[in-house]
Design a protein around this ligand. Structure first.
Ligand code: GDP
Ligand code: MG
Ligand code: ZN
Length: 306
């Protein structure tokens, strides 16, 4: 029977089978994988085949993936952890105030998603808290990101109209939702699926946890028959998994094509090289300076995370 992995604890998998039932499954035998060395063979979002024995099941086959999102594994041994598979889109919830999401963080998130070729959406939340001046800043950020092909929204998680906009954004898709703590992720998820999701809201952000390697797993919730969201509790950064420096500008859509015009097209890092089309575009203002700054922080500074 076909099933979808909703949750994994490492040794047990919660799956939603095509009969509409949830089963706890174990993995049977070894499942062969592609070229990537992964610490977990089956991830949230995966489609699998299961066989039932009494009320328990066994995962006997992993069906082909449309895509997957990797995270650098804890021990940095070149292994990667699959955060989620078969993701149609990623949503980053951000706020400019209370708390402020840094542009560096937004850009890292977008670059990671772009490297896995997954469409990105940035949702600026807490609109109701913002004065006109702050709202203007959000509008400018929306223009910046829309310009490079990222869909944006400006909402209040407390507004019914905005909730409807979010529902239609998510409809019939598998969406991974992320965001720094305090931005309103739980508030939004609770309102989208109050029956399935019971999240504590308003908890104090746990800064002491940042950078520590607590094991966190993604979890998938079903909003309706064909609509799923994947929550990523405690995941602060995705990391730039096994990315070559020369590759990073390929994941900035506004740099991707332009880099062919650099004198040292494929090897240019757009830092100090002569006749660099990216640096020219930054000077001309066609590439946003904040984006270039984010780029610089990723090149050569992959551990220098904000
Ligand atoms: N005014 C306002 N407060 C919000 C909004 N969204 C969330 N909050 C509040 O912000 C705080 C953090 O929200 P929470 O959902 O726990 O954030 P999370 O850490 O991202 O899960 C809580 O006190 C929420 O009530 C919003 O759109 N407007
Ligand atoms: Mg929360
Ligand atoms: Zn260049």
């Amino acid at each position: 029977m076909k099933a979808r992995v909703m949750r994994s604890t490492g040794s047990f998998y919660d799956v939603l089978a095509e009969d509409g039932q949830r089963y706890a499954c174990r993995m049977r035998g070894k499942i062969r994988l592609d070229e990537i060395k992964e610490t977990n063979p089956v991830a949230v979002g995966d489609e699998v085949k299961i066989e039932l024995e009494h009320e328990y099941g066994s995962i006997v086959e992993l069906l082909p993936r449309q895509n997957h999102i990797l995270r650098q594994s804890v021990k940095r041994t070149g292994h990667a952890h699959v955060l989620a598979a078969n993701v149609d889109q990623v949503v980053l919830i951000a706020t400019v105030k209370q708390p402020r999401t840094s542009l560096g963080f937004i850009d890292r998130f977008l670059v990671a998603a772009e490297s896995f070729r997954i469409p990105q959406i940035v949702v600026f939340n807490k609109k109701d808290l913002l004065s006109e001046e702050w709202a203007n800043e959000v509008a400018q950020l929306q223009a910046l990101y829309e310009n490079i092909g990222v869909k944006t929204f400006f909402i209040s998680a407390l507004s019914d109209d905005d909730l409807i906009r979010m529902q239609s954004l998510l409809q019939h898709k598998i969406t991974l939702v992320a965001g720094h703590s305090g931005v309103g992720k739980s508030t939004l998820l609770n309102r989208l699926a109050p029956a399935q999701i019971q999240q504590t809201t308003g908890e104090i952000s746990d800064h002491s946890n940042k950078g520590t390697h607590t094991t966190t797993f993604a979890e998938m919730f079903q909003l309706n028959t064909e609509t799923f969201i994947i929550d990523t509790p405690g995941i602060k950064e995705w990391g730039l998994v096994a990315m070559e420096e020369q590759e990073i500008s390929d994941y900035f859509p506004e740099m991707r094509d332009l880099r062919n015009d650099c004198k040292f097209a494929r090897s240019c890092l757009h830092i100090n090289e002569p006749r660099c089309a990216i640096k020219d575009a930054v000077e001309a203002g066609t590439i946003a300076f904040s984006r270039y700054e984010s780029y610089l922080s990723m090149v050569g500074g992959q551990d220098n995370r904000k």
